[in-house]
Design a protein. Sequence first.
Length: 288
Amino acid sequence: GFLCLQSAQAIPFLVGVLTLGVVHHTLTVKGSHLASHNALTESKSWGKVWAIFFIEICSAFTAEQATYNHVKIHHGYTNVIGLGDSSTWKLPFLNRYIYMFIAPLAVPIITPLVALDLLRNVEWKAALRTLCCMFLGLYCHYWLLLHVSGFQSPWSALLCMLLTRSLLAHPYIHVNIFQHIGLPMFAADRKPKRIHLMSLGVLNLPRNALLDWSFGHSLISCHVEHHLFPSLSDNMCLKIKPIVSQYLKQKKLPYNEDTYASRLRLFLQRYEELMVHAPPITELVGIQ
């Protein structure tokens, strides 16, 4: 990708942008997600190393806070209001079209800023390490664009960084809201058993070659399986998918699946209800 960006011709240059964009999201989304669950290796020590590499160096975020917010809160209390209800993805002051189509372009800028704010919640040694890793990752990307790709000005290199890092930001935002928001939400003191919580509050999207590669099966077509067995690798989530779907259907439990286009239409039509107003609490009668 960096070498393709050396070209003055449009097609090789665009190939470089696409290559770097896909690789960046593979490292920052799939790599960070699996590393936060320690699903890349059986060794906890190596898991910590990979988490720092993928989350802090590649993604410019803080590993401790990413793991806590995603694994402990979102997975521990999926669709429980006030805890794992995906409310961190809501920006009620934005209208539907700004949120869905324009705001994702700012993700590469917002991410390190949010990380800096969250560093107040970690001990100073971890905060210092995170700052060093974030700087290393961002500067390496910038240095390679200048010295390998041959960008002549700092601003052109920074613009290319923004372009490649936001290439798949739209599906990144969409996937994170499509698979939980709009499904049943529960109160912390009246949440159902875990298997009911995950079958009711999680949704799978269809297989997609680009998103499967860059985001991973556990975030796309095997999200239900991932929430039931969060420490499994992407490959294992795909292998157990037929077993999980058959089991849930046999037990008369939901196995939520929908297309990307259908969810996009739903959110555009019901944006105020789903992304602005507080969601209603689902009352389950007899399911226990």
